[in-house]
Every structure is written in C-alpha cells, then in structure tokens.
Unconditional design. Structure first.
Length: 106
C-alpha cells in the first residue's frame, strides 16, 4: 500500500528530518543522479545527512534532477577525495575514474 502525504505533511516531515540532520557532524557524502534510462551525474558534497546533501547540491546548482541515491563516504575513502572533485557535478567518465582512486587505492 502506497502512503501519500499532502504538500503540508511532506514539508513538515522534511523539516523534521533536516532538523535531525542539523545535529549531526558534517561528513563527506556521495550523491548519484539518474533517470530510468541514464546516469545524470554524481556529486561529492560535505553535509550533515542525505537531505542536507541534496539541498546543498541544489543550492550549488549541481543537482541535475532525476532520482537520487546517496551514502556516507567512509573516512578512509573521504581522505582520497581531492577538493577539486567536490561540490561539482561529475560525469560518468569522471565517476568511473575517481571510483578507482577513492575506493580501490591503497
């Protein structure tokens, strides 16, 4: 069964979650944007949580739309993400290259 919310309920729930995230420390997160048929880009962004990361990407003008998935980047991997790879929309080719550097480098 699909539960639906009114716009007001959605906004209230979003605010509750953002307030919870506001209490968390900032950390590096990965966001991946796609439609049903194609990859739109990926983003490394420092945020307090998933919704904060999406909001930050939107405010930076690097949220291309579509569906979004994301996760925390473990500290040992986050140290390998150079500043120039953060806060910008990365192409599929860049993501493929950086994935090898960030997650398989020793």
């Amino acid at each position: 069964m699909l539960l639906s919310m009114t716009p007001e309920q959605f906004a209230r729930r979003e605010k509750e979650l953002l307030d919870q995230e506001a209490a968390q420390p900032e950390h590096l997160m990965w966001l991946s944007f796609a439609t049903d048929d194609r990859f739109l880009g990926g983003v490394y962004v420092v945020a307090r949580g998933f919704l904060h990361a999406i909001d930050k990407a939107y405010k930076l003008g690097i949220n291309p739309g579509g569906q979004v998935q994301g996760h925390d980047v473990p500290d040992e991997n986050a140290a390998r993400v150079k500043p120039e790879w953060r806060d910008r929309l990365l192409s599929k080719a860049e993501v493929t290259k950086l994935d090898k550097i960030v997650f398989t480098a020793k």
